[in-house]
Write a protein of this length. Sequence first.
Length: 290
Amino acid sequence: MAKTLITGASKGIGRETALVLARAGHAVVAAMRTPKDCDLAEIAAREGLPITVAELDVDDDASVARLFATGPGAADSIDVLINNAGIYSIDAVEDETLARFQEVMNTNYFGALRCIKAVAPAMRARRAGLIINVSSIAGRIAAAGSGAYAASKFAVEGMSESLAAEMSAFGVRVVLVEPGIIATPMTLANLPKPKAGSPYPHGGRMRAFYTATPDSGPPPTVVAETMLEIVEGRTTRFRTPSGPDAEPFLGLRASMTDEAWIGMNDTLDDTVYFDRFLALSGLDLRPTTT
């Protein structure tokens, strides 16, 4: 059974992945910024699960160095690294602050890179290991209103492809998981709001993707099960979309030219945009009224 370290494990996809893997018999180090706010230790004690909760801030060099230096997170003891920690942004490029662009990139891209660089030497030396980088369909589809987030995920995709090619000769496997819209705290209670008074309607349109998620969006266990399949070798693709809408969205984007995709947003009228999107995808994003 593999010893797996998961970043951003306090909630959402990270928390569910920790539980799914541990219940399958894999030892898990669930790493997060604030362990006191997470119930994983309590669940692990109650169910007798092999989960160790550890403190980690992927934004901080010193925090990463501490975790991977010794103890349960020691780099030479980790068979699988799952880079899951992430934050979101919904704003037009002009509206989003430079500081927020840097925050999103620091967590979503450089946070993953810090952890990769911590485990890569030991994995390479023993010629074994698995690195799973949690990307998103936003790592292959750049929608209006997601400039900061998409940029970070495109960066993760590019770095992961290079890393996979570099480490393959050393027996280390690197893969991407690309969730679609998943009902997680990041996309529900903590979903950011676009800048008030913006001339750009696109942030509000991005929010429309998530308004139905509490009722119809799949739970994070869907992605957690994808992780288990990869860890146990039942899925061997480099890129694995996860969730019922991931493949359809990727297929929709692949079926359109760049110009057609960009042109779908050439209206400031939400009604026109939602009609266009419904005709293309079959998904009605228009707010419902009661």
